[in-house]
Design a protein around this ligand. Structure first.
Ligand SMILES: [Zn+2]
Ligand SMILES: [Zn+2]
Length: 235
């Protein structure tokens, strides 16, 4: 995560970025105490990811919450974690707590998942042609285009994989009549690729036009594109 770039992208929200950074650093520190297993097969992570150690991750979240917001959260942390895994929008928890919950839960889950993946990288198939992550089965929300290929990137575990440009990772649609893209003036080298068959979209960063830091940072500094995509009715 490149915090200087994020700070620059959101000059009006210096305090918010500072808080997110503090939480992120607390997470990196606290996760050292979590035992991360070697897996026998990827069946243990795929699908629901129910193998996550919810109670120990909830303890980490609670600890960080108290240090960051100086109060007890008004939510059941294990339930909130499960809700995040099911649907990253945290739709099941009260709206007024959602932003704070995402600020704490997202880095805890992504930290766990990326270390789990790194430890078990040998289980990830290199011949993968599905639109979901070859490690954790999540859908990608961002991709990197180069001269020769498109790489989808999983923001949960950090895995990336090659995927055709003219194909929707969500539904497999490859009919160019119902696939399209748009860009926004204020951000160069980033496009929203959408599918009119399933109404999903991904953000694609063109690495020929834009110096890419890492996809986590790129995702945060291009949130305006998500806003535009949602305004157009995409998920
Ligand atoms: Zn993944
Ligand atoms: Zn689609």
């Amino acid at each position: 995560m490149k915090w200087e770039s994020i700070q620059k992208a959101y000059p009006d929200d210096a305090a918010g970025v500072q808080l997110a950074r503090k939480i992120y650093e607390l997470v990196q520190e606290s996760m050292k105490a979590i035992d991360i297993p070697r897996l026998d097969s990827l069946n243990q992570v795929e699908g629901s990811m129910m193998q996550l150690p919810f109670s120990s991750l909830a303890k980490v979240c609670l600890h960080i919450w108290k240090q960051s917001f100086e109060e007890e959260p008004a939510i059941d942390m294990e339930q909130a974690l499960a809700s995040f895994i099911k649907d990253e929008t945290l739709a099941e928890i009260p709206e007024e707590t959602r932003d704070a919950a995402a600020m704490v839960i997202r880095p805890v889950v992504t930290s766990y998942m990326s270390t789990l993946r790194e430890l078990n990288q040998d289980l990830v198939s290199s011949a993968w042609n599905s639109g979901t992550c070859p490690f954790c089965n999540a859908y990608p929300r961002i991709a990197l285009d180069s001269e020769t290929s498109r790489k989808l990137s999983c923001l949960l575990c950090g895995q990336d994989w090659d995927f055709p440009r003219i194909k929707c990772p969500y539904c497999g649609n490859n009919d160019h009549e119902t696939l399209g893209y748009f860009e926004a003036e204020e951000i160069e080298g980033v496009r929203v690729y959408y599918c009119d068959k399933c109404k999903h979209y991904i953000k694609v960063i063109d690495t020929r036009e834009r110096a890419v830091q890492d996809t986590e940072t790129e995702d945060v500094i291009t949130l305006v594109m998500d806003e535009l995509a949602r305004q157009e009715g995409y998920l």
